[in-house]
Design a protein around this ligand. Structure first.
Ligand SMILES: Cc1cc2nc3c(=O)[nH]c(=O)nc-3n(C[C@H](O)[C@H](O)[C@H](O)COP(=O)(O)OP(=O)(O)OC[C@H]3O[C@@H](n4cnc5c(N)ncnc54)[C@H](O)[C@@H]3O)c2cc1C
Length: 342
């Protein structure tokens, strides 16, 4: 690391770790306003917990099932309308949105105007020479530099990559991250051999919380492709059990509760699926010479709404800072977003 020379740190741009809806929303807004942004994503695809699996013509959403319009802030709503890919969910009287090719269509469409480096897991964050740049290391050992760093990943994962060698500002940021809590969700995907099943929302079932037929929801050619989200309690107790234990239980459950056979089953494990305790503020900031921020659904009440409010708040803050600089004032407004917008 000692032989790294950075001549013009101001030109390095913004590094965003995580191409979920929060990271992409932020990257999109900043790049639309002329900022250079690079996003690093550990998976082969973008979207994070907006996740879709395909197989033999069927499509399953296995993360977030749909989007409530009330969860989408006005500036994002207008942007998404212009993409023209959100459709009304077909099996629900109250309005909610899906994409007929699966929820990952939305994040894929958001990826315009900035680079996303895929299959690139960041495992370490460091303040670079002179405290003026951020350095992030990927699993291959390559270092990437930026003059601002944004972690748009679940709080426990953010906490993990911030190692111990930071000043006081970072210690309190790490303590705040530890206050954000998530629940796990086991998701089972499979095919049923008959019938048309409306969505089951099971308030009291011990095992299954939601059971959705992706075709009924409006996904193309996917009638009979079931997604089952298992309860928080069941998911916690069985998270590390072998797939076959969970699959046997779900097979019996589908037979008993739905009178159907389920085949081609797969288990997906979300260790951090939904936030159960979020922070009041819209994002966290470590105010070093070059700033570091954390955004995502750990803020503003959690869920997709929290992730979007958090990303938009930081975008407003950063764009406001750069405008203030350009207009000749020598310091940016401080903490303009100390509370989440409603
Ligand atoms: C089963 C399930 C059901 C849900 N139901 C609802 C619901 O009904 N209502 C609701 O509002 N929300 C729901 N959610 C939650 C919602 O999907 C999330 O709140 C939202 O998508 C979070 O977006 P994000 O961008 O903050 O995080 P993420 O989507 O988690 O994005 C983070 C990204 O960072 C990447 N990443 C992580 N670590 C690294 C690293 N070290 N280096 C590089 N990349 C990294 C990940 O691969 C991921 O792509 C549900 C989620 C799940 C899984």
């Amino acid at each position: 690391m000692s032989n790294i020379h950075i001549t013009n740190p101001g030109d390095l741009g913004v590094l965003v770790v995580g191409a979920g809806v929060a990271g992409l929303t932020l990257a999109r807004r900043l790049s639309q306003n002329g900022e250079k942004v690079t996003v690093f994503e550990k998976s082969p695809g973008v979207g994070g917990r907006l996740a879709t699996r395909r197989g033999e013509g069927w499509i399953w959403d296995h993360g977030l099932v749909d989007i409530q319009p009330s969860d989408v802030p006005p500036e994002t709503y207008l942007d998404w309308q212009s993409l023209g890919i959100l459709e009304n969910r077909k099996d629900q009287p109250q309005l909610s949105w899906i994409c007929s090719e699966g929820m990952t269509q939305l994040p894929k469409k958001l990826e315009v105007g900035f680079e996303v480096i895929r299959n690139c897991k960041i495992d370490l964050v460091r303040v670079g020479p002179g405290g003026k740049v951020w350095m992030i290391r990927d699993e291959e050992g390559n270092w990437h530099h930026g003059n601002k760093l944004v972690l748009a990943i679940p709080a426990p994962q953010a906490e993990l990559i911030l190692d111990g060698s930071f000043p006081q500002q970072m210690i309190s940021l790490k303590e705040s991250l530890l206050r954000i809590k998530y629940r796990p969700t086991l998701t089972v995907l499979g095919l049923i051999n008959r019938g048309r099943f409306p969505e089951l929302k099971l308030k009291t079932d011990r095992i299954v919380e939601i059971c959705i037929d992706n075709g009924e929801k409006g996904i193309r050619n996917s009638l009979g492709a079931l997604t089952l989200h298992l309860t928080a309690d069941y998911s916690r107790k069985n998270f590390d059990k072998p797939d076959k234990v969970v699959l046997t239980e779900i097979k019996n459950w589908v037979k008993k509760k739905m009178g159907a056979e389920i085949t081609g089953m797969v288990v997906k494990r979300w260790r951090f699926s939904q936030v159960t305790h979020s922070l009041e503020e819209p994002f966290l900031a470590a105010k070093l010479t070059s700033p570091l921020f954390v955004i995502g659904d750990g803020f503003c009440g959690g869920g997709i709404k929290g992730a979007l409010l958090s990303a938009n708040s930081l975008a407003d803050h950063l764009l406001n800072c750069s405008q203030t600089k350009e207009s000749g004032r020598n310091h940016a407004k401080k903490n303009i977003y100390s509370a989440c917008p409603k």
